[in-house]
Design a protein around this ligand. Structure first.
Ligand code: GAR
Length: 194
């Protein structure tokens, strides 16, 4: 499988996928890193791991549709089979969803359907739940919706702070995402339970 990773930020999940690739857990080709944020740290990580990267911003286009068509055309031109969102903070529209139907997955730092959106960790912490976690799901046109592929629970202990919780969630993400990618792509992207 030829995989593209889409990311907007730090890229710790991208790095976890690349480490898993180096260790032979992920066997697919990570062919492209795309970021919609030209200053994102993930672009440095792509360089570090020798993954070709491209960045352009929604603001460079007169409409979201044109932005997304450019992105879709880029992925198609690189013969990408499967798209992994790793902290990509934009909602995908019909252009991408139609071209890559059932071939786009996302990771979210809560146990969906609880706490969707940009601040999944903080929202769960502030609410006071005792268990939160990580969800990996197929992407549809909603915000952090779509069929769930895998989840991992993370307990919030009384001594946890937002910072310690963030660390625990990210550690869980870095284990789960590479495992799911490895399993999904080996099974030719069949929807299955983990
Ligand atoms: C991750 O925690 C991911 O779950 C979250 O963004 C972070 C990206 O971190 N995604 C969402 O909140 C999607 N709604 P990273 O850039 O270090 O991989």
């Amino acid at each position: 499988m030829r995989i593209a990773v889409l990311a907007s930020g730090t890229g710790s999940n991208f790095e976890a996928i690349m480490i898993a690739k180096r260790e032979g857990v992920v066997t697919d080709d990570i062919c492209l890193l795309f970021s919609d944020q030209k200053q994102a740290l993930v672009l440095e990580k792509a360089k570090k791991y020798g993954v070709p990267s491209v960045s352009f911003s929604l603001h460079d286009f007169s409409s979201k549709e044109l932005y997304e068509k450019k992105l879709r055309d880029l992925l198609v031109s690189k013969k990408i089979d499967f798209v992994v969102l790793a902290g990509y903070m934009k909602i995908l529209g019909s252009v991408m969803l139609e071209t890559y139907a059932n071939r786009i997955i996302n990771i979210h730092p809560s146990l969906l359907p609880s706490f969707p959106g940009r601040h999944g960790i903080k929202d769960a912490f502030t609410y006071g739940v005792k268990v939160t976690g990580v969800t990996i799901h197929y992407v549809d046109d909603g915000v952090d919706t779509g069929p769930i592929i895998a989840q991992k629970a993370v307990e919030i202990k009384t001594y946890d702070t937002l910072e310690t919780l963030e660390t625990k969630i990210h550690s869980a993400e870095h284990v789960l995402y590479p495992q799911v990618i490895a399993k999904l792509t080996k099974n030719e992207n069949k929807k299955e339970n983990f």
